[in-house]
Design a protein around this ligand. Structure first.
Ligand code: GLU
Length: 483
């Protein structure tokens, strides 16, 4: 007997850009499939037409591609849409509903929205959880058929077993047991004829051969209903694992405001896809090392057992930790390309990238360093944008200090720091931080970055001269009133 090949899926609705929470779900399912050499499907759950966004499917693909998550089946794979797009599967969903109706395992529900609303309100008042009271469950089939034929509108509900419990072995949380009474009969087709999530999602999983589903714990109570549904249809349910939702450090739900950036925003902020992948793979467990890994290497190490059931806390500092690692792993070619597009002259690119690489938080910083170190026309010390304490340092250093430094550097026949340093000390009468801090500020406009020796060695003499003269001017005029 051969084992069924592993197949997982990511099944988003095209309702907006992906955020870190659903990206993590996508990644976990992808890692699981890749770990077993199985297939990964991107299924577009767009059966709730009113909620779909115009560019939804294109955006989903762009977001996943940016992360480097590729799918074997789904949009762009050459398969018909009915293999991956729910809105193209209406007939298949209808067939499943018909089968359930024919077997008495589902029934039309004629309850009006008002009735259901007041039922919920009563239950709430009595401190009870909302559940359908089975009002239409007992309508004889011929009566229901006559009402439908007369044009009455009805949703379709799944008939859950009378009582007892439904259990399943959650891949992440272990044995889960639900009382049937608490689940009540769920809607599987809306009154407008569209398949409800519960049905479309479960039928598609079964028919598409999905073996494992990793999803958020917000779906936990859907699972026993879907298991009953699939059993009623004679279809095989996948294994389900529910992970804790991604929340903010204070436990509140992720929102854009509190940092749950969409992929598009993370990309704009300069985060590297490999940083995001490595961060998300650790969020909630499962990868034992602190190394930056490729998707393939992460997949090789991935285990479902390693996933935590508790909430996964989004921590910007951790994401930044992986960003730092990703930046350190940039290749010479990647850095060279960034330097070239920042306008760094070809003959300076190698020394420039060596100098700035340790100081890069994002690749976009290359542009800023190019301006500071290579652009002779750039004014780096803008009083309006310079922190007050840095301006104070410039003023305290005095105009004479900068002019003396400028002249001493001009007089040096080399820019080698071992020679330049004593010359600067002698000319300015300062040393250590009193020498280097104001010099660094004058030359780059920043209080951090490459060492002052490296800066002086690298910077063209004309640029250096102009910047020191400008600092002297600033030290003379003092802090402008609007600074
Ligand atoms: N479209 C559903 C969602 O985005 C899929 C849930 C699932 O993974 O089963 O929540």
């Amino acid at each position: 007997m051969t084992a069924t090949p592993v197949k997982t899926r990511f099944a988003p609705s095209p309702t907006g850009r992906l955020h870190l929470g659903n990206l993590r779900t996508a990644l976990l399912n992808c890692l699981l499939a890749r770990h077993h050499g199985g297939g990964f499907l991107l299924r577009v759950e767009d059966s709730d037409l009113a909620r779909n966004k115009a560019d939804g499917v294109a955006n989903l693909q762009a977001d996943l591609r940016w992360l480097g998550l590729t799918w074997d089946e789904g949009p762009g794979s050459g398969q018909p849409a009915s293999d991956w797009q729910q809105s193209a599967r209406g007939a298949i969903h209808d067939q499943a509903v018909d089968q359930l109706l024919d077997n008495g395992l589902a029934y039309p529900c004629f309850c009006s929205a008002e009735r259901l609303q007041s039922l919920r309100a009563e239950q709430k008042k009595a401190g009870l959880p909302p559940r359908y009271d089975g009002h239409c469950a007992g309508i004889p089939a011929d009566v229901a058929a006559a009402r439908l034929a007369a044009g009455e509108s009805a949703s379709i509900r799944l008939r859950m077993p009378g009582d007892g419990t439904i259990g399943f072995d959650d891949l992440v949380r272990g044995r889960q047991t639900f009382s049937v009474e608490a689940l009540s009969d769920p809607v599987i087709r809306r009154a407008d004829g569209s398949a409800a999530f519960l049905l479309a999602n479960a039928v598609d999983d079964a028919q598409m051969g999905i073996t494992h589903v990793i999803r958020g714990e917000d779906h936990l109570s859907n699972t026993p209903r879907q298991i009953v549904l699939l059993e009623s249809l004679g279809l095989e349910a996948p294994g389900y694992g529910h992970v804790g939702l991604v929340v903010n450090t204070d436990g509140t739900p992720l929102s854009k405001r509190t940092g749950a950036a969409g992929v598009d925003e993370l990309a704009r902020q300069g985060y590297r896809p490999e940083a995001v992948i490595n961060y998300l793979a650790r969020l909630g467990g499962s990868i034992p090392t602190d190394e930056l890994h490729s998707l393939e290497a992460l997949a090789a190490m991935f285990t479902v057992r390693g996933l935590n059931r508790g909430p996964a806390r989004f921590d910007r500092a951790q994401l930044d930790h992986w960003q730092t690692k990703a930046m350190a792993h940039l290749t010479t070619d990647e850095l060279g390309d960034a330097a070239a597009s920042a306008g760094v002259p070809a003959d300076l690119q190698v020394s420039f990238t060596a100098l700035v690489h340790p100081n890069l938080k994002t690749l976009a910083d290359v542009d800023d360093w190019a301006r500071r170190l290579c652009d002779s026309g750039a004014e780096v010390l803008d009083p309006a944008a310079t922190p007050a304490e840095d301006l104070a340092l410039i003023i305290e250093a005095s105009p004479a200090f900068f002019l003396a430094a400028r002249d001493a550097l001009d007089a040096c026949s080399t820019s080698d720091w071992a020679t330049v340093r004593p010359a600067l000390e002698a000319a300015t009468g300062t040393r250590g931080g009193r020498l280097m801090k104001p010099l660094r500020l004058a030359l780059t406009g920043l209080g951090y970055g490459p060492t002052i020796g490296e800066i002086i060695e690298f910077m063209p003499a004309a640029t250096r001269r102009a910047r020191l003269a400008h600092a002297a001017e600033l030290a003379t005029t003092g802090v402008p009133p609007n600074a």
